[in-house]
Write a protein that binds this ligand. Structure first.
Ligand code: GAP
Length: 464
């Protein structure tokens, strides 16, 4: 395998240069741990979410979808334990006025120059650690003083539990069944940095799978392997993905077993997704706080129980970041260094670029008609500005798997060349066969070329 050339700095720079991710509020100096997704970032994230929905809804018939409110009744967070327990231990430095996580002091930097670890110099004046709740508060109602305090949800999961009864009634599902949701969550994170890995506003993809208590263990194992399969199917290299069971000390208050899906980022192995056996904690808590019965009754035999819950909880932003990092590569074509995102075609923001070789002789007109036909099928892009080599490089950098080039021969015999981002092969193909050929390639099994040393060498050959 070729050496992995990726670093977090290279990803940050590519994301800005090519319009995937920008620091938020940049003209005002930025806002800590907030990012804006640009055009290609939006397309990439949409593809990640589409693949998740596909795995949850289209490929199964035991899961249904939900889009619940971000601001929920404040009792929700009393019942869930977030109000009392969703805290980080914090210390403030009275000298440099910065705030640090007490359990991460060894990784933090003091605000003064030359920067040291907080507490390392005699001038550091740290307070005692105190609990800091990570939920963002606001008030609901027109008058702040009279309004009720509410919270921006710190996880999408609770909206699912609040709707459990509705789903039993309308969906004609019975355990085992799941409710899936994608949406924004908000946490006033203290440890920041590492780009989009840890943000204050982020998107989650969570599914709560309700099962009979006796079956919980078996379903926990099922979801561990399903979720690993999803990342691998979308091209993450197997040696960069692992499952790490939580130790007893790490387990959340609601969990009897949790394993993290971890990816080997340039910053080290880090969590992409947590898969937890939440038992009946949430339904029992919400039943107690709301006074409503939240249980399943089997009408056939009268059996009633509070289902146990298996929860695969993933982050859209972290998944997108992992796919970007895993795809980033550099090689050389005709002595020129190329940066290329070897993204799985299903995740690539743009599937095909349509490029006239020159901007004359009727080529742009024909290319525009090819583009018109292809954009009906897939996300396509038309580009006629600049040298063809530069246009290929630009598409390589945003991960476009295929480029269609219209040249003088295209006008004579209605064929085009179809260039492959990874192998650099250029196939001559009839204009009318293009759509079907792209569909076929999009559906084909895919494996990261970064895994294949011989493919790496081919890429260094002399083709465009
Ligand atoms: N309902 C369970 C739950 O929220 P979690 O491990 O706190 O569990 C699930 O979050 C996933 O959400 C994480 O694995 C991660 O991918 C994503 N996530 C959590 N906090 C995040 C943050 N501050 N920025 C980006 N993604 C985050």
């Amino acid at each position: 395998m070729a050496d992995d050339v990726v670093t977090m700095d290279k990803i940050v720079s590519l994301c800005k240069r090519r319009g995937f991710v920008f620091p938020s509020s940049e003209i005002y100096g930025g806002l800590g741990s907030s990012y804006d997704y640009g055009h290609y970032g939006v397309l990439l994230k949409n593809n990640v979410k589409e693949q998740w929905w596909k795995a949850m809804l289209q490929e199964r018939d035991d899961i249904v979808a939900l889009d619940s409110a971000i601001i929920q009744h404040p009792r929700t967070w009393e019942a869930s334990g977030h109000l009392a327990g969703f805290t980080d231990p914090l210390v403030d430095c009275r000298t440099c006025k910065l705030r640090f996580r007490a359990d991460h002091l060894d990784q933090a930097q003091c605000g003064r120059k030359p920067s040291k670890r907080p507490g390392e110099t005699p001038d550091c004046d740290l307070t005692e650690a105190r609990a800091f709740n990570l939920m963002f508060q606001t008030t609901i109602g027109p008058v702040q003083e009279e309004g009720a305090t509410v919270y921006l949800r710190p996880e999408t999961a609770q909206g699912i539990f609040l709707n459990f009864r509705n789903y039993l009634q309308f969906s004609r599902k019975k355990p085992p069944f799941g409710i899936a949701q994608i949406g924004k969550s908000f946490r006033n994170e203290i440890t920041t940095g590492n780009f989009t890995f840890r943000m204050r506003e982020f998107e989650q993809m969570e599914m709560e799978y309700f099962v009979a208590p006796a079956d919980a263990r078996q379903w926990f194992e099922h979801w561990l392997s399903e979720r690993m399969r999803w990342y691998l199917m979308l091209g993450i290299r197997p040696d960069h993905l692992r499952l790490r069971p939580h130790t007893t000390e790490e387990l959340s208050h609601y969990s009897s077993a949790t394993s993290d899906v971890e990816y080997r980022f340039p910053i080290g192995w880090s969590e992409l997704e947590g898969i937890a056996n939440r038992g009946d904690f949430d339904l029992r808590q919400h039943a107690a706080y709301s006074g409503q019965k939240l249980e399943y009754v089997d009408t056939a035999n009268g059996e009633r129980y509070v289902p146990h819950v298996i929860e695969p909880a993933a982050g859209v932003d972290r998944a997108a970041l992992a796919f970007l990092v895993d795809a980033y590569d550099e090689d050389e074509i005709e002595g020129e260094r190329r940066t290329v995102l070897r993204l799985h075609p299903l995740l690539a923001p743009v599937k095909v670029a349509v490029l006239p070789l020159v901007r004359k002789d009727g080529q742009p007109e024909l290319a525009r008609s090819v583009y018109g036909a292809l954009r009906d099928r897939v996300q396509a892009e038309y580009d006629e500005a600049g040298a063809i080599g530069r246009r290929y490089r630009r598409q390589d950098e945003i991960g476009t798997p295929w480029a269609v080039t219209i040249d003088h021969r295209s006008l004579e015999d209605r064929t085009v060349t179809l260039r492959d981002r990874d192998s650099l092969a250029q196939d001559r193909i009839a204009f009318d066969a293009l759509g079907v050929e792209l569909d076929r390639r999009l559906r084909a099994a895919w494996r990261s070329p970064k895994l294949d040393a011989s493919a790496q060498q081919t890429c260094g050959s002399s083709q465009q």
